[in-house]
Design a protein around this ligand. Structure first.
Ligand code: WQD
Length: 339
């Protein structure tokens, strides 16, 4: 009997890498995606890596009938919910699109899980729920959740609240909110990776696009922050490590007999600055990167990185890949895209 796991947004960046890790660990992922925020080239990449056709159903998770058909057909052991918009800047410009898609999608998935008695749920949450940590830069899951600084961040913040309320009313549910820090890199095969639509918002895809010539110059958003080299610090987690964390989360839920709700940070536990990312990229690739210092970006947190000890204690997971692995794999993927 196949161990079906429904992966909403499974054709996306983190979703597709998680699909690979699920298959490698004996699960059968069922990808639900409407490709509004994913590129179909990922399907070829998955076929090449898996040496098999992934199960993909194209549809909108906001459509109750679509979810009915999937849950009836597969009776999945768990749902991993990625499907959401995730660009901080875009969410400021288009808040209603973010609330409509991210919140309605989550509510619909939860409603259908209750209807079909599916108890295991892994939610793609984010360190953005911490906002700007007051004082303590290394955040634990008990660190106070400050108000987020973007509509995107609010959809994760409200999303966790919705999940908490649904769990309080349905204590048989087994839920893990994985709070990602900064996902970076690509699969070691360079056959799947991040697919920014339009001009990248995030740092590493902008670095690789500048290096390959798709962007003219990388601007460092602020070099006068109170950090060692003046640039913002983040916890950059290799997407393949992040994918493995989802498998560990599903394993954990499958072992548990009674209901639970856990928030778990998924990061390396180490802070890396913007300039350190640039230096690591140039050193690893040998590419001369065209970059400049520029003004700060509105809404940027100065410094945040994970205390990831709970993930290790509870899930038996910790990051294994490094920043050097991430910049190398991101560059290999960018070169593959440009072939
Ligand atoms: C990182 C640093 C920028 C671009 C992201 C996602 C969010 C969440 C957390 C998952 C900042 C600087 C960037 C550029 C730059 N992930 N930068 N020049 O803002 O931490 O948030 O990770 O939920 O969804 O958006 O990541 O990569 O945008 O920025 O100097 O061209 O790089 O100012 O200091 P961020 P980012």
């Amino acid at each position: 009997m196949a161990k079906y796991i429904v992966v909403t947004g499974g054709a996306g960046y983190i979703g597709s890498h998680t699909v690979v890790s699920l298959v490698e660990n004996g699960y059968t992922p069922v990808i639900l995606d409407d490709f509004r925020n994913a590129n179909r080239v990922v399907i070829d990449g998955l076929k090449a890596i898996l040496q098999a056709e992934p199960i993909i159903h194209e549809g909108d998770i906001c459509d109750p009938n679509f979810l009915d058909s999937i849950f009836e057909k597969y009776e999945p052991l768990s749902v991993i919910h990625f499907a959401a918009y995730k660009a901080v800047g875009e969410s400021v410009a288009e808040p209603l699109n973010y609330y409509q898609n991210n919140i309605s999608g989550l509510v619909n998935v939860l409603q259908k899980m209750l209807e079909f008695n599916i108890s295991n749920f892994v939610f793609s949450s984010s360190c953005t729920v911490y906002g700007e940590p007051k004082g303590q830069k290394e955040v634990t899951e008990e660190t106070e959740k400050n108000l987020p600084n973007s509509p995107y961040g609010y959809t994760k913040w409200i999303g966790e609240q919705i999940i908490q309320d649904v769990y309080n009313a349905n204590k048989h549910l087994k839920v893990i909110n994985l709070r990602y820090f900064n996902p970076v890199g690509a699969h070691k095969s360079a056959l799947i990776g991040e697919f920014p639509i339009g001009r990248p918002n995030n740092l590493l895809p902008f670095v690789t696009q500048t290096a390959i010539g798709k962007q003219e110059i990388l601007t460092v958003f602020g070099n006068d922050y109170p950090t060692p080299d003046g640039t913002c610090i983040r916890d950059y987690i290799h997407v393949s490590d992040l994918a493995n964390a989802h498998v560990k989360a599903v394993d954990f839920l499958m072992e548990k007999k009674s209901g639970l709700l856990e928030n778990i940070n998924i990061g390396t536990g180490k802070g890396t600055s913007v300039k350190e990312i640039i230096q690591a990229f140039v050193k690893e690739t040998g590419v001369v990167l065209n970059w400049q210092n520029g003004p700060r970006r509105e809404g940027d947190v100065v410094e945040i990185y994970a205390n990831a000890s709970k993930a290790e204690k509870l899930l038996g997971w910790k990051s294994e890949l490094t920043i050097v692995d991430a910049v190398r794999d991101a560059w290999n993927w960018e070169q593959y895209l440009s072939k």
